[in-house]
Design a binder for this molecule. Structure first.
Ligand code: MF3
Ligand code: CO
Length: 248
């Protein structure tokens, strides 16, 4: 069941998203060679708590951290570790906040120092996939319009779309209906309606689309070790289009 949000709920979600945006603004300058994912995670948790929020991922299905920090071939759900980032890495940072019972969700993939042209192209195309997907979000369009926008742009550029993980509704919980695949699938294909709040999140690989989960039961990596990128925004559907509630 897709929950349409009322004005009061939208204001709550908006505030949660605003805090998450500020957290990303504060975090981004720390992403440099030498910093560890664990240090980024500690900073994010302290920032969120100092502003009166709660890390939404921490404890979610047993997840042990505030951030997912996904380096290079890690697609999503990288558990923050103590190995310093090095020049040339790409690092996906995904996080959510619960504020007064309202949830936000956003992710960005950042370069660490200078990166290869191919890695840069992956970041550019994945960000473009997100923007093109958001451009589809108008009342009465369908979820498959979002999926198609991501899939066709990634494919056109020679990249592969991860199929095992999807975008989703968000706002009153961290994961709500509908599921938003990044490829066009058979199955439910609801219309987009005002009051929906959607987390749009393309996950794009340079090589194979296949992924596997490491023994920690969280870390998702590409099957072939190729680079992967992930960008995500929380988006409100309005009466005449949409509004991106998160910013990085
Ligand atoms: N960020 C993920 C998403 O976008 C959710 C993370 S689940 C967690 O849907 F367990 F890692 F927190
Ligand atoms: Co999400």
């Amino acid at each position: 069941m897709i929950r349409l949000k009322n004005e009061r709920q939208i204001e709550g979600i908006r505030a949660s998203c605003a805090m998450l945006s500020e957290m990303y603004e504060a975090l981004k300058p720390l992403v440099k060679p030498g910093v560890t994912p664990k240090e980024l995670d500690t900073f994010a948790e302290e920032f969120i708590r100092a502003h009166g929020g709660k890390p939404a991922f921490l404890g979610y299905e047993g997840y042990p951290a505030t951030l997912c920090v996904s380096v290079n071939e890690v697609v999503i759900h990288g558990i923050p570790h103590d190995r310093p980032l090095v020049e040339g890495d790409i690092v996906g940072i995904d996080s959510g906040i619960e504020l007064n019972g309202y949830f936000s969700d956003a992710a960005i993939t950042l370069p660490v120092g200078a990166i290869s042209p191919e890695a840069q192209r992956l970041l550019d195309v994945t960000r473009e996939c997100l923007n093109l997907a958001i451009a589809q979000i108008v009342p009465h369009a369908r979820i498959s319009d979002i999926s198609r926008a991501v899939f066709s742009h990634a494919t056109k550029n020679g990249f592969k779309v991860v199929r095992q993980y999807c975008g989703h509704g968000v706002g009153l919980e961290i994961h709500e209906d509908p599921q938003i695949p990044n490829y066009v699938s058979v199955g439910p294909n609801p219309r987009i309606m005002p009051g929906m709040v959607l987390a749009i999140e393309p996950m794009i690989n340079i090589g194979t689309s296949d992924v596997r989960v490491l023994d920690d039961d969280w870390t998702v990596v590409t099957m072939d070790g190729s680079l992967s990128a992930h960008f995500e925004h929380t988006v409100l559907v309005t009466t005449d289009g949409c509004e991106v509630l998160t910013r990085w």
